[in-house]
Design a protein around this ligand. Structure first.
Ligand SMILES: *[C@@H]1O[C@H](CO)[C@@H](O)[C@H](O)[C@H]1NC(C)=O
Length: 147
């Protein structure tokens, strides 16, 4: 009887893992929880943001100087989570990974926190920060130019 109960518990725990939320759903996570934020650092110039992963297309979102856009997800086991973004500012565009294991390493993972990634798009390119900073703060890390 004891063994049966134990097996049943194992079964329940395994079932919980199997029905774990998909990575784009934003609730409590079995692994690391992340929020990716996008900011437009160019006044009077809206930027189109289009984020995708292997399984999800998050659609087009317009960000402006005053209104960014955040999205949250649960990271998958084995560092397999990858989101990339395509950005358009007037006639300029750029694509880059907005979340991958390299970015997670730069930001640092905390199992008991909602881990934040901040992307700032400016006239000369895109910048990364683990914390939100004013758009002109030198702590933003330059990551690349518009194409
Ligand atoms: C992780 O997050 C928790 C909750 O926000 C916080 O109390 C703790 O200091 C963080 N740990 C590290 C190492 O930053």
């Amino acid at each position: 009887m004891f063994v049966t109960k134990k097996l049943f518990s194992v079964f329940i725990i395994l079932t919980c893992f199997l029905i774990a939320p998909s990575q784009s759903q934003y609730r409590n996570c079995y692994y690391f929880k992340w929020t990716i934020n996008f900011y437009d650092g160019v006044q009077d110039s809206p930027i189109d943001v289009h984020v995708k992963s292997k399984d999800d297309d998050l659609g087009h979102h317009t960000i402006t100087y005053d209104h960014g856009w955040p999205f949250g997800f649960c990271e998958q086991f084995f560092e397999r989570t990858l989101f990339w973004g395509h950005f358009t500012l007037g006639s300029q565009f750029v694509s880059f990974n907005v979340f991958d294991k390299e970015i997670a390493k730069i930001i640092g993972r905390n199992i008991s926190a909602n881990n934040m990634v901040h992307w700032l798009l400016k006239q000369d390119g895109y910048y990364l920060s683990p914390e939100f900073k004013p758009y002109d703060d030198p702590a933003w890390m330059f990551r690349g130019h518009w194409q």
